[in-house]
Design a protein around this ligand. Structure first.
Ligand code: NAP
Length: 302
């Protein structure tokens, strides 16, 4: 069997086109566009590149984008004041603070200062609680898990009654996707098992999975013999395993591998996500969707 590839790069384009259309319609009918502020503290190269990608995507969709760069010696108090300013700015519907923050700043305090109704990353305790309650309570599902669920649904994989096994229990991927897949409703209604480093027999759990979601950060952790024939395998892992020279640019780039032995797994699975080009492109896409939704909630359109 050769698995169908679930390509995040293609699904991203579909969703971005849908968002763009909605932005144009809202602008024409209500005279407003979604506003996103990206707050970057310092010049960490990885953070700069993530923020640049977010700004570029937001602009391409017709959002109002405010890029607020701050020096890495900004005080916690000043950063909290900045958050307060955007909390009270009616033209801003999403506030994103790029992590990590410098050591002298309490990250939790800063994230918790964001108005939960502008917390488009979905990490504020209020939004974590809303996610747990489910249904219409959910305002901003965290972006990577939301992207995973979207990929499963758009690939046409049946989730109702499916055995879902999630490898990993982090607050940003494992726990929220497990909660989302077990909720009552479309794209969910699954029976979910979460496994981690203290799980006794990882293989036996993975073998039962109709949908296997792997977010461990261990290259090649999931062996092909752990995969149920025909299963849907979502590989969230992004692991740098070396460097190569890019054919396109001639520059050094990282060689990325997922948590699943892709070449062998694709012969057994029914669906599989590649790394790179799978879950990765979905995260920013869902951030844009959350920002659009924030405006829609405000206008009473969602
Ligand atoms: P994390 O916070 O390090 O959590 C990893 C989880 O995997 C932990 O719960 C850990 O168990 C579990 N785990 C690690 N090794 C294991 C093993 N050998 N057997 C069973 N469980 C194991 O990682 P994360 O932030 O969730 O990220 C996971 C991976 O996804 C990383 O490669 C990351 O780069 C990638 N990622 C990608 C995106 C994206 O594509 N947009 C977004 C986020 C993350 P314990 O809890 O017992 O330690």
């Amino acid at each position: 069997m050769t698995a169908k590839l679930i390509k995040g790069t293609e699904i991203r384009e579909q969703i971005l086109a849908e968002i763009k259309e909605e932005v144009e319609k809202i602008k024409a009918e209500h005279g407003v566009v979604p506003g996103l502020v990206t707050i970057l503290v310092g010049e960490n190269p990885a953070s700069v590149s993530y923020v640049t990608a977010k700004i570029k995507t937001a602009k391409s969709l017709g959002f109002k984008e405010v890029q607020d760069n701050q020096p890495d010696d900004i005080s916690e108090e000043a950063l909290l004041e900045l958050i307060d300013k955007y909390n009270n700015d009616d033209t801003i519907h999403g506030i994103l603070v790029q992590l990590p923050l410098p050591k002298h700043i309490d990250e939790k305090k800063v994230l918790n200062a964001i108005d939960p109704d502008k917390d488009v990353d979905g990490f504020h305790p209020v939004n974590v609680g809303r996610l747990m309650i489910g249904g219409k309570e959910v305002k901003f599902p965290p972006c990577t898990p939301a992207g995973i669920q979207e990929m499963i649904v758009r690939a046409g994989v049946e989730t109702e009654g499916a055995e879902v096994v999630v490898v990993g229990r982090s607050n940003i991927v494992g726990k929220p996707i497990a909660v989302m897949m077990m909720q009552k409703g479309p794209g969910a209604n699954a029976t979910v098992t979460v496994v981690h480093t203290r799980t006794k027999d990882l293989a036996s759990h993975c073998k039962r999975a109709d949908i296997l979601i792997v977010a461990a950060g261990v290259p090649g952790l999931v062996k092909p013999e752990w995969i149920k024939p025909g299963a849907c395998v979502i590989d969230v892992g992004v692991n740098r395993v070396g460097e190569k020279i890019s054919e396109k640019t001639g520059k050094k780039v990282a060689i990325l591998r997922g948590d699943v032995d892709f070449d062998a797994a694709k012969e057994i699975a029914g669906w599989i996500t590649p790394v790179p080009g799978g879950v990765g492109p979905m995260t920013i896409t869902m951030l844009m969707k959350n920002t659009l939704n924030s405006l829609k909630y405000k206008l009473g359109l969602a």
